[in-house]
Write a protein that binds this ligand. Sequence first.
Ligand code: ADP
Length: 499
Amino acid sequence: MNVAQSFPYAKPAFLDGKPKRLLIDGKWVDSLSGKTFETRDPATGELLATVAEGNAADIDLAVKAARRAFDGPWSKVKPFERQQMLLALADALDRNFEEMALLDALDMGGPISGLLGRRRRNVGMLRYYAGMATNLHGETIENSMQPGEYFSYTLKEPIGVVGAIIPWNGPLTAAIWKIGPAIATGCTIVLKPAEESPLSALRLGELALEVGFPEGVLNIVPGFGETAGAALAAHPDVDKIAFTGSHVTGQKILQASVGNLKRVSLELGGKSPDIVFADADLDLAVPGAGMGVFGNTGQVCSAGTRLFVERKVYDEFVGRVAEYGNSLRVGNGLDPTTQIGPLVSQQQLERVTGYLKIGRDEGARTISGGERLTKGDLAKGYFVPPTVFTDVKDDMRIAKEEIFGPVLSAIPFDDIDEVTRRANATSFGLGSGVWTRDVSKAHRLAKTIRAGSVWVNCYGAMDVAVPFGGYKMSGFGRESGIQHLDEYLNVKSVWIRTA
Ligand code: ADP
């Protein structure tokens, strides 16, 4: 692998040229079909690894292993022991963090500087869920039956076998976000990483075995969405699907869940509004709103892609955001100075460049970016620069549909009621931003915007203790925060007749 050698990082030991296998029942195995798929570096097209391609039969084996563990030895493992396991995994992740960050940088193209900067957050997430493992409790509840006749209380019990289906835009974070709560609550899990970026999840599986995760508790089956993913979503012995990905796939998952009415949580996409008032600290808002949409090459479900700017400062502000976008360094994610990496795949490149054309055809004006980059080494990868469209109308496709690329649609507005209405005129509701020095405006919008997160004078802040999730077609269920664990628990009511 030439690329890694030209940057200041050693090639991850995990990329040893050997095919990567499935983790089922505590063992690394080939897929039953013997099929494999390739995972490649989106910056260069170089082959990183071949990976066993799980399909429905492998998923079935993994679910059976997860069920055996759940019904058997795992059910006797105490919260304290689950806590110790998660803490040990957190320590192992901490020790191996550079390798994990490199695997994601290579697999999905993200800038290494940003990925390395997630150490505290990713390791901290595992520790947070470890803490929660000994913090699960039901309630004793006063009932209104005859006094003294009945005692009632609730138990919180693990829901069972969890199928976790995750995307490629933050592979390690997404894996931890499912494994953490599943193990903390005493569930077992079958994780299907995205076909574009399976490596960090597989390496995390190795670490889990090293620190003593028992057989069947964590199974990892890479494969394609329509085969492995669909089989997991439809499997009659899976109790819950925790899904992160596009809303179109979310709809399929929900449909697939009806056979056994499994619990589903969906963290889907968005078309998030970011609203800039003339009274805002524009020096803060320019990079804030810019990174709010260009960060991770726009491949963020909560990206602030609809930039509403108060008309008085519209031209100035949008021009400054375009300039800011032009100033960002686009390049190979392994370059420590890179701020914007490639898009993840050819398919994603086609999707994003397709929207660039749609925007132009619809009459929007491109004031920066707008074309794939093909100069020098960039030609080998899927590079699209930060792009700003102005003259965007609310009913254009670029103002309504999720692009999942570094593409901003800038729209002027005149007053707060108008912008509230227009910001909410979307079928999504994941993130939103408000930039103002006026505390009343900030609070009004925090209340009236229909989205799961409102960021005021910042964009995209996340913390494992603070819930994250969607309104409307951005999905349901919350990840992070205390409530997250309830997604993995059943509530049982117990009545004791005491009379
Ligand atoms: P994106 O379009 O961003 O790649 P997807 O929603 O297609 O997002 O992918 C997110 C995850 O969902 C991936 O792991 C993918 O393999 C999986 N997936 C895709 N299609 C299906 C499906 N029909 N059923 C279950 N999982 C799927």
